[in-house]
Design a protein around this ligand. Structure first.
Ligand code: SF4
Ligand code: SF4
Length: 267
């Protein structure tokens, strides 16, 4: 396979100039066999926060791949603990961090189409709405690895990043994966911090799933239990003034990040 190697670096440099903290490239053919792609269709249908109103015709866990997609660009924006509002939902408004990612992805996509003449497909966040498994894609693109908290762990920012992506109708050189595993020998601060004990039992086995790359790495991460906390976070949302000068009161949803904030990597 012949790649356009310098194009990957051009795109990464452009993504960073637009505000991305990290960016990388993964091959779509490998993404189609990534751990989440293999495991998700075998998991009973999940309909928690963010996955309702799935695209018509998609089976649980299935990705709507555009037929000519060959490479994925993954961008990450740092989400430091000092800026918690980046993923707060102000009423129905998209969180500020999402707006940053959407803006970078849109400008990057336009630049790639105008300058490099490569067709792009900007992706929504949720698989059920036409997205891809972003954490798997980020790991394959060399941004980090999947940690025992089931999040992407990056060397520079730990799990404190937000992700977005797009697909390209062109084979360009992949930038990962990398050799990096901070969880080996770690005391699992992430799991200890979970208020719902979402990692307390083995939910998925290697035999049942046909892979040893399981949710939470060892099959202990329960998305259903984590969703109990997300529903609680929605129920606990209170009316506050996000922008005092506007005088408007809105309900602010602050989703749990304890397994993310407890990780010492990248501090
Ligand atoms: S706290 Fe430790 S085990 Fe958990 S994700 Fe971070 S490095 Fe891995
Ligand atoms: S987001 Fe909160 S509830 Fe969900 S796994 Fe992490 S710590 Fe547990």
């Amino acid at each position: 396979m012949k790649y356009h190697s310098d194009i990957s670096q051009l795109i990464i440099d452009k993504a960073k100039s637009l505000g991305a903290s990290l960016a990388g490239v993964a091959k779509v053919s490998l993404l189609k066999e990534s751990p989440s792609s293999l495991v998700a269709p075998k998991i009973a249908q999940y309909s928690g926060v963010g996955t309702r109103d799935a695209l018509n015709g998609l089976r649980p866990g299935e990705i709507a791949w555009p037929p000519n997609a060959k490479s994925a660009i993954i961008i990450a924006v740092e989400h430091p603990e000092s800026r918690p509002e980046m993923d707060w939902w102000f009423g129905t408004k998209n969180p500020p961090g999402n707006l940053i990612l959407i803006r970078i992805n849109k400008e990057l996509s336009q630049w790639i189409e105008d300058t490099l003449h490569i067709k792009t497909h900007k992706l929504p966040y949720h698989v059920e709405k036409g997205g891809i498994y972003l954490k798997d894609a980020a790991a394959l693109a060399g941004l980090g690895c999947i940690g025992r908290n089931n999040l992407l762990i990056t060397p520079d920012f730990g799990p404190r990043v937000r992700l977005r992506g797009m697909l390209l109708e062109e084979d360009i050189e992949p930038t990962g994966p990398i050799k990096f595993d901070p969880c080996e020998g770690c005391a699992e601060f992430c799991r200890l911090a979970c208020p719902q004990s979402a990692f307390s039992q083995t939910v998925f086995s290697e035999k049942e799933m046909g892979t040893d790359h399981l949710p939470g790495r060892d099959g202990t991460f329960s998305r259903v239990i984590c969703n109990v906390q997300m529903e609680k976070d929605i129920a606990d949302a209170r009316e506050e003034r996000p922008y005092p000068e506007s005088g408007e009161l809105v309900k602010i949803i602050k989703y749990c990040r304890r397994c993310e904030l407890a990780c010492p990597v990248g501090r």
